[in-house]
Design a protein around this ligand. Structure first.
Ligand code: NI
Length: 135
């Protein structure tokens, strides 16, 4: 019996989108308000989807207490109330777009889940703008 289990999470973080190889003019043209040199914040909403076969002994796909704890350690502790560009190693070189944040979170969580479980991550940067990995 193959099912999907979901867990939502939330974090606030600041970022600035820019490419250090470009001029200020080009960064402004491409990233607009998100290129603000003094950073700006988002209320990120995360949806984690775990897919796989239910364990016949427990009736669980994954214990949600464990999934909650993994998300807390791998997302909230690392990124909540942080400046992604300045406070994290992950985004010192990597532009913290929603695409990249979603991918980094997927990687963080993937390492913590058993290999028989499939994982999909959806990240909302605003209520209307969101990214999913893998696509
Ligand atoms: Ni932004």
């Amino acid at each position: 019996m193959r099912v999907a289990v979901f867990r939502k999470a939330h974090f606030n973080a600041a970022h600035r989108l820019y490419n250090p190889k470009w001029t200020d003019e080009k960064n402004n043209a491409v990233f607009g308000l998100c290129n603000n040199p003094n950073y700006h914040g988002h209320n990120y909403e995360l949806e984690v989807k775990v897919i796989g076969e239910v364990n016949p002994e427990t009736g669980y796909l994954i214990d949600l207490k464990i999934l909650k704890e993994i998300i807390y350690e791998e997302v909230e502790l690392k990124y909540d109330h942080k400046n992604l560009n300045l406070d994290t190693e992950e985004f010192k070189e990597l532009n913290p777009t929603a695409e990249h944040i979603c991918y980094v979170i997927w990687n963080n969580l993937r390492k913590r889940l058993e290999s028989h479980l499939d994982l999909q991550v959806r990240l909302y940067e605003t209520p209307r703008n969101f990214v999913e990995y893998p696509a």
